[in-house]
Design a protein around this ligand. Structure first.
Ligand code: SAM
Ligand code: SF4
Length: 493
């Protein structure tokens, strides 16, 4: 059954799990429990023009990755279940929440500049809260830097949000949830999903991998998996509600460890999710190369509903740099995983993350990254300049690479990857792919969606397509970041 929602291509472009060469610079020690409360806060609610602010309303803005997007859906669910109403502007909300990202310095800076914009609203009695990675990383320091903030809560403490909100409602001025030492996952009764046909599902939270450049183990806490039974129950509910595509999420999604006696492996879970009636596409991200094995490739090969796309971040093509990054695999070991994927009977698209300018990265190391691109033939890559982050081991490493040199390497890397993508996409001209209709252009008869391999497809159709439906599209042209085609038929649900 098709649903009709008028979502433009612009929105789609902003939300996709890019297979493009993406420069992601603008996006984008465990703390003790802090559920404390202090100072009374004023309860009056007025906007800057003196008008009333909707009591019990919230505005939620999300920075960063899909996991943050999905956490925000769950936070919204928690607030809606408590009787709050979501509003579209910060000015008209009684609670303003920022779900933040601190993976690179620019992402964290962006949060503080956004907080600065709301400095004047403190007198109006609005509650301003910082959630997510910046909250966990900066903790109570946020109160000194932005005294108009009342709530600071990291993702590992979201289960405490209702409690924290009650304390604020009771008139407390400042509350924090900064615990990371938990084995609980953030499961909610209600999740307010933004997309009516594709649902995100976090199956594993936190990360135990300790890559030397990364803040995630500090900001999201240790790895904790949901039970397979609870995941499958939610999948059945989602299928009943009409969702056909699911994205299983985790910082290292394939490190999933079923905590129940069933002990389902990640590849078994993929198959079980794909077999739930009504589910037509199952995606998963992000996979860590260490835990990526043939059983996952076999599952993709044999179950059509498991999408033919794997995001397998390599970070560097130099074993020397990989060791310094503590990535737990060497170049050759990573390439063995790529060989497994390339040997599959179904063509599986492969995307990655790359960091240039890690401390001590020589020209030779960088050339090894370039030569790895030739071997791996990625369908897409998120390319980043190394950004030094608080508390991480690489912060203290010698031989920092100058900013201009990082920029040069990034440009060379992206140019090379762009040409690889152009060639790979041009090979697809003349072939047909199933596409989920996800966007409608302002131009007549123009639509957009993704293939199972997660390529963006812009296509022409004379039919009045319904968003969420599946159509077959024949590729007529290709660019490095997308395919262009014409609808040639449709698949019934
Ligand atoms: N868990 C995933 C993995 O292991 O690949 C990735 C999670 S992280 C949110 C997404 C990407 O951000 C990483 O793959 C890495 O390329 C990049 N990243 C993380 N820390 C970074 C840093 N300090 N500087 C630049 N890029 C970084
Ligand atoms: Fe960060 Fe490494 Fe964990 Fe990915 S695996 S979240 S890069 S520590």
């Amino acid at each position: 059954m098709g649903k009709s929602f008028d979502i433009g291509l612009e929105m789609l472009a902003g939300r996709g799990v890019g297979v493009g060469v993406t420069l992601n610079e603008t996006q984008d020690p465990p703390s003790k429990i802090g559920c404390g409360a202090s100072e009374e806060r004023p309860a009056r609610l007025r906007d800057s023009s003196g008008g009333a602010i909707g009591a019990g309303t919230f505005y939620l803005e999300t920075f960063g990755c899909q996991m943050n997007e999905h956490d925000s859906e769950k936070v919204a669910g928690v607030l809606l279940a408590r009787g709050y109403r979501q509003v579209e502007s910060a000015e008209s909300a009684s609670v303003i929440l920022y779900n933040t990202c601190s993976i690179r310095e620019k992402a964290a800076q962006k949060v503080f500049s956004r907080l600065g914009e709301y400095r004047s609203t403190q007198e109006d009695g609005q509650i301003i809260g910082v959630l997510g990675c910046v909250a966990q990383q900066e903790g109570e320091k946020i109160f000194s830097r932005a005294p108009w903030v009342s709530l600071v809560c990291g993702s590992a403490s979201y289960r405490k949000l209702p409690q924290l909100l009650s304390q604020l409602e009771a008139g407390n001025r400042r509350v924090t949830g900064l615990e990371t030492g938990t084995d609980e996952t953030f499961e909610t009764e209600v999740t307010r999903r933004d997309n009516p046909w594709r649902a995100y599902l976090t199956i594993i939270e936190g990360c135990d991998k300790a890559c030397s450049y990364c803040v995630v183990p500090f900001t999201r806490g240790p790895e904790r998996s949901r039970t397979s039974a609870s995941i499958l129950e939610e999948v059945r509910q989602l299928a009943d509600a009409g969702y056909t595509e699911l994205q299983l999420l985790g910082q290292t999604v394939n490190s999933y460890t079923d905590p129940s006696a069933r002990r389902m492996r990640f590849s078994e879970l993929l198959v079980a999710v794909a077999e739930v009636p009504g589910i037509r596409r199952v995606r998963f991200t992000t996979s860590h190369p260490r835990d990526f094995g043939k059983d996952i490739v076999d599952a993709i090969e044999t179950v059509p509903a498991i999408c033919e796309h794997v995001h397998l971040p390599v970070q560097s093509g130099s074993t020397r740099v990989l060791r310094a990054m503590a990535r737990t695999y060497a170049r050759e070991e990573y390439l063995e995983k790529v060989a497994l994927l390339r040997a599959a009977k179904r063509e599986i698209s492969l995307t990655t993350d790359l960091i240039v300018g890690f401390p001590g990265e020589t020209e030779k190391d960088f050339e090894e990254t370039l030569s790895l691109l030739d071997l791996a033939q990625y369908d897409g890559a998120f390319c980043f300049k190394y950004s030094p982050r608080p508390n991480t081991p690489s912060l203290k490493m010698d031989d920092a690479i100058p900013e201009e040199e990082k920029s040069r390497r990034l440009a060379v890397l992206m140019d090379k990857q762009r040409e690889i993508q152009r060639t790979r996409n041009e090979r697809l001209i003349g072939q047909s792919f199933e596409v989920m209709v996800e966007g409608k252009s302002k131009k007549e008869h123009q639509w957009s969606g993704h293939t199972s391999s997660n390529k963006v497809m812009n296509f022409t159709s004379r039919e009045q397509e319904s968003l969420g439906d599946y159509v077959h599209v024949k590729v007529a042209a290709a660019t490095p970041n997308s395919l262009v085609g014409e609808a040639v038929g449709r698949t019934e649900g």
